[in-house]
Design a protein around this ligand. Structure first.
Ligand code: HEC
Length: 157
């Protein structure tokens, strides 16, 4: 058994493990995010997100699920737009990138403890959290940055 460990697959696994560890080095973990004056200044990953990916997380019922609460003219073709939160048309004109990041990481830090908007980059261990989300944030750091990049495209014409 142990003798078979020197396979190409095993070496590849070590290689991929090293690459992943390097890529994660710049990532700020949920418990380390600093929210100051309702802003999180720096990208959680150290790089800008991808707006095309972000638009997918925005409408995904399993991930961001932003559309369940927010209208958004840019996604007018999608079936259901909720109205629990304000429409996000032109949101890029209302908030800076750092403010959008703080809202996404932990909406309570910007809107106060009563807001019903969930925090998307916090670690939860409460009873009310679905088991798959216990102990990990709803979105990854990369997904948060993707959504921010997408929100930055939502300008009033
Ligand atoms: C459960 C409903 C809910 C979900 C899901 C939700 N939000 Fe919100 N959001 C709100 C509410 C409510 C507010 C208004 C803040 C307040 O007063 O509580 C808000 C406010 C905002 C604002 C500020 C808008 C403005 O014009 O002031 C942004 C930006 C935002 N949400 C982005 C998002 C994004 C992006 C997602 C998905 C990753 C999301 N929200 C998911 C309920 C939600």
């Amino acid at each position: 058994m142990v003798g078979h460990i020197h396979t190409a697959g095993f070496c590849l696994a070590i290689f991929l493990g090293t690459v992943t560890a390097t890529a994660n080095a710049a990532t700020i973990e949920p418990q380390d995010v600093v929210i100051r004056d309702a802003e999180v200044e720096a990208s959680l990953t150290g790089s800008p997100g991808d707006p095309v990916e972000g638009s997918k997380w925005f409408k995904s019922r399993k991930l961001g699920n932003c559309l369940a609460c927010h209208g958004n003219r840019d996604q007018i073709g999608e079936p259901f737009h909720g109205d629990i939160g304000p429409p996000l048309d032109g949101v890029a004109d209302r908030y800076s990138e750092g403010e959008l990041r703080a809202i996404l990481v932990n909406a309570k830090s910007v809107f106060g403890p009563e807001t019903i908007m969930p925090g998307f980059y916090r670690v939860f261990d409460g009873q009310r959290v679905r088991e798959e989300f216990q102990g990990k944030p709803v979105l990854t750091a990369t997904q948060v940055e993707d959504v921010i990049a997408y929100l930055k495209t939502l300008k009033e014409e």
